[in-house]
Design a protein around this ligand. Structure first.
Ligand SMILES: Cc1cc2nc3c(=O)[nH]c(=O)nc-3n(C[C@H](O)[C@H](O)[C@H](O)COP(=O)(O)OP(=O)(O)OC[C@H]3O[C@@H](n4cnc5c(N)ncnc54)[C@H](O)[C@@H]3O)c2cc1C
Length: 437
């Protein structure tokens, strides 16, 4: 064991965007440690045969002026705005996202059921457990009515979350589910509405390279970044971190962005109540089938959602429509995302075969010989499942860690539904807090 008691006050574990943002904003000595051989975490990109695939589709959305200015400054001209072209495939037709504001073009019985359900929901008194304190299914039935819930919201969310929507709380939504006005929904039921709804109506993507351009831009401004440093023990009592290579580092304060469930394996002598809280954390995993196709006329859409259970993936995206730089000329790149969890197992070989079969049925693949690259990716921690235990468990764990000067941050570190912008802001917030304490 090599004990290395340097002068750093603060250690940051994990160099994804949350850790990089914390490092960028800290005004004290720090060291940043990453287990992989490169920083970036979920915002890395993989380059193969002239294609660039992100660790699943990653687009930048700005709700906050600070992040917009920071990203534009760091990327220095390498960031382009786009107007979303996102769609839902159901009942054999494509309608614009979000479903609840656009069902023009669907069979007339579907349009009628969706409209009648919506009007009934909006004109009847809400049930006591149907607000944002109730479960997700009751909330959607109360807000959108039975038609929209049964044709889209329920099947899509069942497929995406891998559990019943009634077993989810509403705590994750914070603007992720658009709620259009009755007038907008009626307009979108009788015509092709041009109005864009939701937080992701516009997005930004690097002109050159993939989403990892953000990571490279941050990394250029960050010191003391150490890769290939996997933490295997976090001794909260001795305030020491032990790495896989045998080195030990002590700390006064520590920011961890390591996925929360992994902490239960590396912390020492946890009290029973905290162990129990860790055992409550649930999540979905994502299996991504990336394909390179030798045609450039596959689609002009950015991404498409699929509620039907006759299609294996819940969403496909087309990175070559975000940037022509992510594939060789006259090519299309496609990612297809499949959710799985303890509750819904996956056979990965079958998922690849089914993806190709479904894309062929949808007319996106005309000839299997056009597939020149197949690059599957497996993302263990995809989305935090907000069931009725999540809030209490996270509260117990965070409170316990804070006693030892350990701050759990980032999407998986603080076990939350957060975007890239959210984790950049959270990294900034913790850095500012520790810079003055
Ligand atoms: C499928 C999917 C699609 C998404 N799409 C978008 C999108 O379009 N737009 C958007 O804004 N957001 C999107 N997100 C969210 C976005 O990816 C995250 O908010 C953000 O990347 C999380 O950053 P982080 O630093 O918190 O976590 P991570 O990126 O997971 O970083 C944690 C880091 O810790 C490291 N680490 C883990 N264990 C150890 C250890 N023992 N020792 C040392 N290091 C360790 C990891 O290697 C990793 O680098 C998406 C997420 C998913 C899952």
């Amino acid at each position: 064991m090599i004990r290395n008691n340097g002068k750093d006050d603060i250690l940051i574990l994990g160099a994804g965007l949350a850790g990089l943002s914390a490092a960028y904003h800290l005004k004290k000595n720090y060291s940043l440690y990453e287990k992989e051989d490169e920083p970036g975490g979920m915002t890395r990109s993989v380059r193969k045969d002239g294609y660039v695939f992100d660790y699943d589709g990653h687009l930048l959305y700005f709700r906050n002026e600070y992040t917009s200015l920071l990203m534009n400054k760091l990327l220095d001209g390498n960031l382009a705005p786009h107007k979303r072209s996102s769609w839902i495939y159901s009942n054999g037709s494509y309608t614009q996202y979000p479903f609840q504001a656009n069902f023009y073009g669907l069979p007339s019985n579907v349009v009628k059921d969706c409209l009648v359900g919506l009007i009934k929901a909006q004109t009847s008194a809400p049930k006591s457990d149907a607000g944002q304190n109730g479960n997700f299914e009751n909330w959607m039935r109360n807000v959108f009515g039975s038609g929209i819930s049964e044709f889209f919201m329920l099947p899509y969310n069942r497929k995406f979350w891998t559990i019943e929507p009634r077993d989810l709380t509403c705590d994750w939504m914070q603007g992720f589910v658009p709620v259009p006005s009755l007038e907008d929904t009626v307009t979108g039921a009788i015509s092709n509405s041009a109005k864009l709804h939701g937080y992701n109506a516009r997005f930004w993507y690097p002109v050159k390279g993939g989403i990892s351009e953000i990571v490279e831009a941050f990394s250029r401004k960050v010191n003391n970044l150490h890769v290939n440093k996997k933490v295997i023990t976090l001794d909260q009592y001795r305030k020491e971190v032990i790495f896989e290579d045998g080195t030990i580092k002590s700390f006064k304060k520590l920011i961890t962005t390591i996925p929360m469930p992994e902490l239960s394996k590396i912390l020492v002598d946890l009290p029973k109540q905290v162990k129990q809280a860790f055992s409550m954390l649930r999540f979905t995993s994502i299996f991504v089938v990336n394909l390179g196709i030798k045609r450039d006329d596959v689609t002009d859409k950015h991404w498409v959602y699929y509620p039907g259970d006759n299609i294996v993936f819940y969403r496909t995206g087309f990175p070559t429509n975000f940037s022509v730089d992510v594939a060789p000329p006259k090519r299309t790149s496609v990612y297809a995302e499949i959710s799985y969890s303890d509750n819904k197992k996956i056979d990965k070989d079958k998922a690849i075969a089914d993806t190709i079969k479904n894309l062929t049925e949808l007319g996106m693949i005309r000839d299997e010989k056009d597939i020149e690259l197949c690059l599957p990716m497996d993302i263990k921690y995809g989305y935090v499942i907000y069931d009725s235990n999540r809030n209490k468990a996270v509260q117990i764990i965070k409170k316990y860690l804070k006693r030892f000067g350990i701050h759990a941050t980032g999407r998986y570190g603080s076990w939350s539904y957060m975007s890239m912008e959210d984790v950049i802001l959270e990294g900034k917030e913790i850095a500012e807090c520790l810079s003055i304490s």
